[in-house]
Design a protein around this ligand. Structure first.
Ligand SMILES: [Zn+2]
Length: 255
């Protein structure tokens, strides 16, 4: 009987998971945060090898940005890099430790860079995800969450969004439908968190306002520097809004 109930529940679960509500933040209020995504693919160490492909990362960040759109923060790919983990032995020596700082040692040196956030995807470690610093966030392919009503159907976008919340100074909350609850599929913010995250974003010089970036892109475009303009347009094109600004950014993203 229990088993039957359990399987009915499992079958019904996806139906309970509503889509992430589309954000209503106007274009002029958006802040754009560049982010470098690292796909770690490590010969001889499957645990340090993500099987997420670029197309998966595009889908994942569409959801991340739908969530963060409610706070008017947009995470734009600075780049997506596929590379082996530095120091794969660190995994073998530390993977049972609750202290996760060892993960910093698997970041390849050559692809570190100032002025953007860094997230590393790997197959497996002891938590769903961890924020150690803006230049050291880790998310695993195998992430699992406790489903809550109206929560995100797919764990990885939620875990990614949660770690980015820490990067913008947010702390854990008890409210299970909130993005900052530990281990649930919740994705919502309250007003105080939106203000706090936006204030933190504004303090970072490399996070810029969408209208300011658009102005610069338009100027470059008019001067005929379409390639340089396209780099800026590309960061704006994914903002989850249908408006003349995002439409222009989309058409001018690929010169
Ligand atoms: Zn957390």
């Amino acid at each position: 009987m229990h088993r039957v109930l359990a399987s009915i529940f499992l079958l019904a679960t996806p139906l309970l998971q509503a889509e992430i509500k589309p954000p209503k933040t106007p274009f002029d209020d958006y802040l754009v945060a560049p982010l470098r995504v690292h796909r770690l693919v490590t010969p001889g160490e499957l645990n340090l090898t993500t099987t997420l492909e670029e197309k998966d990362l595009h889908r994942i960040f569409e959801k991340v940005n739908r969530i963060w759109g409610h706070a008017g923060v947009h995470f734009a790919f600075e780049s997506i890099i596929t590379e082996p983990a530095a120091n794969p032995n660190a995994y073998r020596q530390n993977h049972k430790s609750r202290q996760l700082r060892w993960l910093l040692a698997i970041r390849p040196k050559a692809s570190r860079k100032a002025d953007c956030f860094h997230i590393y995807y790997i197959k497996r470690f002891l938590a769903n995800g961890v924020y150690i610093g803006g230049d050291g966030m880790f998310v695993k392919d195998m992430a699992r969450l406790r489903t809550v009503e109206g929560g995100v159907g797919e764990p990885i976008p939620r875990v990614t969004s949660h770690e980015l919340g820490h990067a913008l100074t947010l702390r854990h909350r008890q409210e299970v439908t909130n993005l900052m609850a530990s281990g649930t599929s919740g994705w919502t913010f309250n007003e105080a968190e939106i203000k706090q995250a936006r204030d933190a974003a504004k303090k970072l010089k490399w996070i810029r306002s969408a209208p300011e970036m658009l102005k610069e892109a338009d100027a470059l475009y008019q001067q005929g520097d379409k390639k340089k303009a396209a780099l800026l347009y590309r960061q704006l094109a994914g903002i989850p809004l249908r408006c003349p600004e995002t439409a222009r950014a989309k058409t001018r993203s690929n010169p």
